[in-house]
Design a protein. Structure first.
Lengths: 331, 368
């Protein structure tokens, strides 16, 4: 049974120049205990999608519609995230679905101690007294590997390193063992040496608490490490979907291939890093046909005229490209 | 930590030294002849007598000698005698400071109180009624100078409708029958209780509540109620005008920082934790949004004893602002120097105190 079931999700933002279509009909599902990654460049709508799942986008300016936008909690109840009231969402957040954010230094309140911020989860969801909550907080801090938690609990965020702060955010998100953990680029702001530790910790926590993981990232190394299944997103649309091994070793969409090519190879010395030409088009000014057509090396007349549909190849892989055959890459 | 405070004290002292020097030289550039007021009653042609007065008060000494003479007197806190009031400068100033504080303290407390509430309501949701009203009012208070507002309201409420008195601080004169020792005893006693409570309960709210409560208790116990009511009646109009513009400027400050803090990342974290909106608002947003207000209040504390020159002039309020203006007009430069110096010292001290208490509100400041 799927934990998260999204069909045809559209997210619009009202701006001064009109509506911006940030997400245009996205289908995503996350199974029980599954680890799913959404990959794409900045501005392709992946963060917005993850915030929408938690219903954390302010509306206005954000508006969403979907054919299905369901979350199934641990007791098996289906929650329609489109129609939930804000009050009902309060009982889902942290208890059933939780989120880890990108930059731990800006996502912790600077004027509250670490302990106070962790206590809140227990105080407001479990109706605990502050003293009782602190016991659980210390317990939680131990679980995410924070040395000397009693001392750390009385410190303020600026007194902790980035890695420790991210551990605190992980503790905060997983302390009520939610069913779904959403991680929005959790390692982007960290040192490379810390990244591996944090990823391992997220993996461990998911396994232990039997959580499903929805990981947002642009780092294909992270995808390889963490995910079972991958969605590649571009300009608010899913362009390719499949298992990690399939996608990384046999990309079908030119965008996926381009992304993989940009990862520098450690074994060969290159003159220049490979890059995808041009930038992600402005959401108000997307190309007429395939959104990737202006940057695609295999673009044809048809691509600039008509949007390709998401072809289902039957083996769990879907590709939004007219040239979906293997031969393409042999040219 | 100790080094930090020492550095602060030293830099404050240095600032004070510069201020004292400016305070000496500036009046000597403004007033044509500092000795002039001393010649009152001395005939124009009694040149020998004038020379004698000059010599006696040291006006014939080189400027640098006069300067060090002044420094010496400042250090011993000897400001001399106001030749206009024929009284020691200290005495003249201290008879006026409480009157200024009646206006400034009450209008500041009301402004902060209403400003925080108004600002929080307006900043809660952007573009809503309260927010729009606040922006309109702030436009109005910026466009209308407060002295004009004071004049118009004086005309309307004191002359046309005669609801409020039009001048002075009391119906007769301005000497309160005040039991000074009792005032001090009650003030210290209540404050001591507040401090004790602070240490017993470990909640600093007692200190903050203790200041206004002890002041009020001391006043009520040492001054006859009829006098308090009389002063309150006279202060009502000037205070209301000050509170009107004060509230709006504080509210705007709180509203702006509320809106800025609302889009901070840690507010998203608080919401993702599933905290109820009111907890997100008051525990996370509001607490961070108050930081700029504290800086601002700390800086305007300096004006508490200084009073407002314009308001006091318009309402003929016997405060420090009015005193300074008169001293300048009368060429009473010993008095004006002392007043300006007092303002400067209070400003420096208040900034120092703000620095000291700021880390209570923003833990990041501790590291400096």
């Amino acid at each position: 049974m799927n934990v998260l079931d999204i069909k045809n999700l559209k997210i619009l933002f009202r701006t001064g120049e009109g509506f911006v279509r940030a997400v245009e009909g996205v289908d995503i599902h996350v199974g029980e205990g599954e680890r799913v990654a959404i990959v794409g460049e900045s501005g392709c709508g992946k963060s917005v999608t993850s915030l929408a799942c938690m219903r954390l986008l302010q509306s206005p300016p954000a508006y969403y519609t979907a054919d299905t936008f369901d979350f199934v909690s641990r007791d098996g109840t289906r929650h329609n995230l489109l129609t939930k009231s804000e009050n009902e969402m309060l009982t889902l957040r942290a208890r059933e679905m939780a989120m880890i954010f990108q930059d731990p230094s800006t996502f912790l309140n600077p004027v509250m101690t670490i302990g106070e911020q962790l206590d809140e989860v227990f105080i407001y969801h479990k109706n605990m007294k502050p003293k009782e909550a602190r016991v659980h907080t210390i317990e939680m801090m131990k679980k995410v590997g924070i040395p000397d938690p009693e001392m750390r609990a009385n410190q303020y965020p600026h007194e902790l390193s980035g890695g420790l702060k991210q551990r605190i955010l992980i503790a905060m998100a997983t302390s009520l063992s939610p069913r779904l953990l959403i991680a929005d680029e959790p390692t982007t702001a960290l040192d490379v040496t810390i990244q591996a530790q944090i990823l391992r910790l997220i993996g461990e926590r998911c396994e232990k608490e039997k959580m499903s993981l929805l990981m947002i990232t642009h780092d294909l190394g992270v995808v390889r490490e963490m995910a079972d299944r991958v969605y590649v997103m571009y300009c608010g649309k899913i362009v390719e979907e499949g298992t990690v091994d399939e996608i990384l070793s046999h990309p079908k969409h030119p965008y996926t291939k381009a992304l993989i090519d940009t990862v520098p190879d450690m074994n060969t010395k290159t003159e220049r890093f490979v890059q995808i030409p041009h930038n992600v088009p402005h959401p108000m000014n997307k190309p007429k046909g395939c959104y990737f057509s202006n940057r695609c090396a295999y673009c044809t007349e048809l691509c600039t005229q008509k949007q390709p549909p998401l072809y289902d190849r039957g083996d769990g892989r879907k590709v939004r490209c007219y040239y979906k055959t293997e031969e393409l890459w042999e040219k | 930590m100790k080094g930090y405070y020492l550095k602060k004290v030293l830099s404050s002292l240095f600032v004070l030294f510069i201020i004292i020097s400016l305070n000496f030289f500036l009046p000597r550039m403004i007033f044509s002849d500092p000795a002039q007021p001393y010649f009152a009653g001395v005939p124009e042609d009694a040149i020998a007598l004038r020379e004698q007065i000059r010599e006696e008060y040291g006006f014939n000494d080189p400027l640098i000698v006069q300067y060090f003479d002044y420094l010496g007197r400042v250090i011993t806190l000897d400001f001399g005698e106001s030749h206009y009031y024929k009284e020691s400068v200290w005495k003249v100033m201290f008879s006026r400071i409480p009157w200024s504080m009646v206006l400034t303290v009450s209008s500041m407390l009301f402004s902060i109180f209403f400003g925080i509430i108004f600002g929080a309501v307006a900043g809660k949701k952007r573009e809503h009624t309260a927010d729009k009203v606040l922006l309109w009012l702030s436009g109005i208070t910026t466009a209308i100078p407060s002295f004009w507002l004071a004049l118009v309201s004086l005309m309307l409420f004191a002359f046309t409708y005669k609801i409020f008195p039009y001048r002075g601080a009391m119906t007769a004169g301005y000497t309160l029958t005040m039991n000074g020792p009792l005032f001090l005893v009650v003030l210290v006693a209540v404050m001591a209780v507040a401090v004790a409570l602070r240490f017993i309960t470990k909640k600093s709210v007692f200190i903050f509540a203790g200041i206004p409560v002890s002041l009020a208790a001391a006043l009520l116990s040492s001054v006859p109620l009829a006098d308090i009511l009389d002063v309150a009646y006279h202060a009502a109009l000037p205070v209301m005008i000050a509170v009107f513009s004060g509230t709006i400027s504080y509210a705007l400050l709180v509203r702006n920082s509320m809106i800025a803090v609302t889009s901070e990342d840690y507010i998203l974290t608080a919401r993702a934790k599933g905290l109820p909106p009111r907890v997100v608002l008051y525990k996370h947003t509001f607490r961070n949004a108050l930081l700029p207000l504290i800086t601002n209040v700390g800086m305007s504390m300096a004006g508490l004893m200084g009073g407002s020159v314009l308001t006091e002039k318009i309402f003929s309020w016997p405060g420090m602002g009015q005193l300074l203006l008169d001293a300048c007009n009368n060429g009473d430069y010993l008095l004006s120097q002392a007043i300006l110096l007092l303002f400067a010292v209070i400003t420096v001290v208040c900034n120092f105190i703000t620095d000291l208490v700021y880390h209570k509100f923003d833990p990041r400041v501790k590291e400096v």
